[in-house]
Design a protein around this ligand. Sequence first.
Ligand SMILES: [Zn+2]
Length: 188
Amino acid sequence: MNLSVDCECGKVIAVSSASAGDTVRCSCGRLVMVPPLSEMRRRAGLAPIPQNAVEKVKSLISSNELPDNNLCPFTGRLADTTIWLRVDCESKWIRGKEPLNDHLKLLFIFMFGWVGALIALMRNSKPIEEFGREVYVEIPLKVSSEALNLTKMLKSHSKLKTAIKCSSAYVQLLNEYPSAHISLARNS
Ligand SMILES: [Zn+2]
């Protein structure tokens, strides 16, 4: 897959998929942001993401093959209930800054005089651009009913991340999206 990003100087920089979401330095010295993988694939005219772990998990859920754990990953006891977790795999990538609201603008000008006014102006001159797409999946996990009382644990991102590793489909999901964020789904 040939991926590239354009620098303001006009050069086209070849990048690898590993630098997706990161920055690369052009030979002119400028730092150029690299969009998320899905956006780069779209620009290259490729399908957003090939049959991936998200699609696989979704189809396993719809065919009732998930959840597939019998023991509660939190308590080690026999799981008797199911909770739903939201896994945010890839979020929208935003370039540019939110314009300052009027209060902040006045505060900037009050505190820093003309420098503040200039900062406020510059913040407004950069439009916000959105790239990429939001990729998330809601996954079921069997737990013991005692685990439902462990609210602190259920709010801990790292604990949830460890917990879902009890299922190989979820391990694959985490391998594909190592920086995925996991939280309790709103309806569970
Ligand atoms: Zn350049």
